[in-house]
Design a protein around this ligand. Structure first.
Ligand code: KG4
Ligand code: ZN
Length: 347
């Protein structure tokens, strides 16, 4: 073993990112630089991410992100020991842009390439930020995903349950769209909810009546649509207070469902848990303060540790990809020019 310096690239959705990490053998990894270029402006007019526009923007921005990460870290290309890249799951054009860029760099520098699963990047983040030891329970909650996992190793995850339809981030984005709030919906709905009454609308808590760790969010979306339409019919439109109340009531329902299902999952996990059980959350929706607080309360009540990454490492970034790459690399994993971009890649 020795000190390693790794470059990570991320381009699977609508953020282009590059990061450089240094890790002494046996020591914690240090983020030397983490650059993220979002694409919100490019997709704003379409109310969602347009894959073709995203792929072109990634292809343009990847080199710039790499240059900025090198400059910010003071690391030279020749200092790099390996290149990690998101190889899936995600929008295929974006993933291909990143994989091509990584292959070019790895071939030019004659250093190894490590393909990383984007979800593993999120799921391993607590090891980067808090040096959390395996195994731990993970709630991965983002724009495309919602699942409970036991993380046992960098390539070893057991899925306990997850959403049977939409991801919560998707529901936040849809809610924002229905209410005319800007994308991405999570932060704008959270902001509006601050001045709203979470008890005004009684939104459903799907699947709470059923045992197990599965979740559902599509009914919640429909309920919000109905409540909005009823207000429009009655009043001819929505006031700002209506909007805030809808957001607060929606967010409370999501937080409640996540907290109650997390409690159930923890109870199942505790039957065969390590001495110091811990729940970690990751993914874009983990940036939500109401949801974080609800999960933290459940953990405190059940005597389980809780950790959530800082906000910038909850949403998409390349530091998590570089770190997941480091973990795989240290475990002996190497990819070559045959590394494929995968639109689907379950953990
Ligand atoms: O992890 P992420 O950046 O991308 C993936 O989906 O992999 O997550 C993005 C999602 C979006 O749906 C966004 O609306 C949501 O995370 N999000 C939030 C918040 N910040 C981002 N949802 C709720 N509250 C937030 N503060
Ligand atoms: Zn993500």
């Amino acid at each position: 073993g020795k000190e390693l310096i790794i470059l990570g690239l991320e381009s699977s959705c609508d953020d282009t990112a590059a990061a450089i990490l240094r890790q002494p053998d046996g020591g914690p990894a240090e983020i030397l630089a983490s650059v993220v270029h979002g694409q919100n402006d490019l997709h704003a007019a379409f109310g969602g991410v347009v894959p073709e526009i995203a792929a072109r923007a990634h292809a343009e921005k990847l080199d710039i992100c790499v240059e900025e990460a090198l400059a910010a870290s003071g690391v030279a290309l020749r200092d790099l020991d390996a290149i990690a890249v998101t190889a899936g799951p995600g929008l295929i054009g974006g993933v291909m842009s990143g994989v091509m860029c990584a292959k070019g760099l790895a071939a030019g520098l004659n250093i190894p390439l490590v393909g990383v699963n984007h979800l593993a990047g999120h799921a391993l983040t607590p090891r980067l930020t808090d040096q959390v030891a395996f195994p731990y329970l993970m709630l991965l909650v983002s724009g495309g995903h919602c699942q409970f996992l036991i993380a046992r190793g960098p390539d070893d995850f057991t899925r306990l349950g997850g959403t049977i339809d939409d991801a919560p981030g998707e529901a936040f984005d849809k809610t924002a769209r229905l209410l005319g709030l800007p994308q991405p919906g999570g932060p704008s709905v959270e902001q509006a909810a601050k001045d709203g009454d979470s008890a005004r609308f009684a939104f459903p808590r799907p699947l709470l009546d059923r045992p197990g760790c599965d979740l559902s969010f599509s009914g919640l979306k429909t309920a919000l649509l109905r409540a909005r339409d009823a207000l429009v019919t009655d009043q001819g439109g929505l006031t700002e207070q209506d909007r805030n109340d809808l957001c607060a009531s929606f967010q409370a329902a999501v937080a409640d469902v996540l907290a109650k299902k997390t409690a159930r999952t923890i109870a199942a996990y505790l039957e065969d848990a390590p001495a110091e059980p811990l729940l970690a959350v990751a993914g874009g929706v983990a940036a939500n303060q109401t949801i974080r607080a609800a999960l933290e309360t459940v953990c405190a009540q059940m005597g389980v540790g809780f950790t959530a990454p800082p906000l910038a490492l909850c949403t998409d970034n390349a530091a998590m990809i570089a770190f997941a790459g480091l973990e795989r690399f240290r475990g002996g994993h190497r990819d070559d020019m045959r590394l494929a971009a995968r639109p689907r890649w379950p953990l």
